[in-house]
Design a protein. Sequence first.
Lengths: 461, 73
Amino acid sequence: MSNESRILPSSFRDPSGFLFEREGGLYRQINRIYKDHYDQLLSGGLYRALTEQGLLVSHDEVDISPPDPQPAYKIIKPRFVPFISYPYEWCFTQLKEAALAVLKIQKTAFDFGMSLKDASAFNIQFVDGRPLLVDTLSFEKLQLKPWVAYRQFCQHFLNPLLLMAYKDFELNQLSRIFIDGIPSSLTSRLLPFRTRLRPSLASHVHLHALSQRYFSTKTARVRERKIRPVSLAGLVDSLESLVRRLNLRLKKTEWAHYYQETNYTPEAFEGKKKTVEEFLDLMKPDTVWDLGANTGVFSRLASRRGINTVAFDVDLIAVELNYRECLDKNEKHLLPLVMDLTNPTPAIGWENRERKSLSERGPVDAALALALLHHLAISNNLPFPKIAEFLRRICRWLVIEFVPKTDSQVQRLLATREDIFDHYTQSDFEEQFSRSFLIVKVAPIKGTERTLYLMKNRSCP
Amino acid sequence: MKLFLRPITLLALALFLLPLCAYSYIDLGSGSYIIQLIIAAFVGITFSLKIYWKKIRTRFSKKEKVDKNIDVQ
């Protein structure tokens, strides 16, 4: 096996091929075992149909030496995906859009005599604001037998969507614990009783769970049964209509306060935006992470400049609103994601290497940390050196806002607790951050007591 | 709990009616496999009806449009 290639730790389940990195590029080796299916994908027209619809990642066949020559058939170079995100970082509508994309792909595949052989949510990435299947090896020639990916689709998409829609929208976090999707048995137990009265839910979830339980202790001897094409199409159609009808049920009041977040004047707000824009023009980053982005007002200052921007927020409703705006305005450079910065996504899966942590997906060119510091330092008791160290590991440039104790937002945080934060001062902040960052610009926000800083990571060239 | 007994009975009945043969052993996915066969059988029928209904509607709506065009002319 070639030394200069690094096989991705997440790419081991499917014997059809694997992903590897070489000299900064990402490639996929296709093994001979998959030759017939790959050839049909390309020559049968499905690849073209799906890439034209923006549903499947495009690729080029390349002539480089395979890392594992013995089983190799071809090497392909897929289109670059700016940021890899995971289902437990998606809001409801992102997961719903991803589920509908998978079902649309399956319907299109039927038309070309093929079918999806897996339906993992990890194979979907958001590119240009839309869900995209990034695993070219997910197809097989259509056989008139039950859909092999049915259980995986239910566990990865249907079950978390149902739990979010019928129980609590924060339950998407269960996908982090159950790496192969939320089991139907657990979903069935958690869903309210009324879901048993709807035929589609009763069959795809409750009877599904019963059936799994019934057969869990038995070895069923079942003939390879043929299934009529109309039944296969009907199954996908039934899942599609079920998913399409699902919506987040929230009270009006739960949405309302996102539109009145700030405690300063419109002039001060505009001044802050202008300063951030000036800093962006100075940094000229290719990628931006907005940490604590809320509904993405400041993230859009970057994404509208064509910079690939990820807008992280702990609040799922803020992320939901942000993504809906992306859809409405067809925004291609903004990716809103759910992220608790005090407990960021860890590395999970086999050997803790299958799915990456947040910091493993960095460093980003520039991070925005606006109105964030006081939440980390005061609400979460994080000392400045720890915050600076975390930010030093994830970004090359930093735009950070200092909010003094006299600010009403900080006063609100201190209202119900003892002020043990003697070190929460602007001079201490500058001193501690100067150890990791070079302070390039300091810009007080007019009409407020707040200050914006542009900093450069000392450990980056 | 009684409400669950009926689906279980239906499931068992369906399995009994399905011709089982010793071609291959299937693993823990067998529960999903069986329920999919049952669901697919039902939704296959409704999906066929849906397609025919759409065809009928399309035919009639085309006729209506043609009629309207004739009226206008």
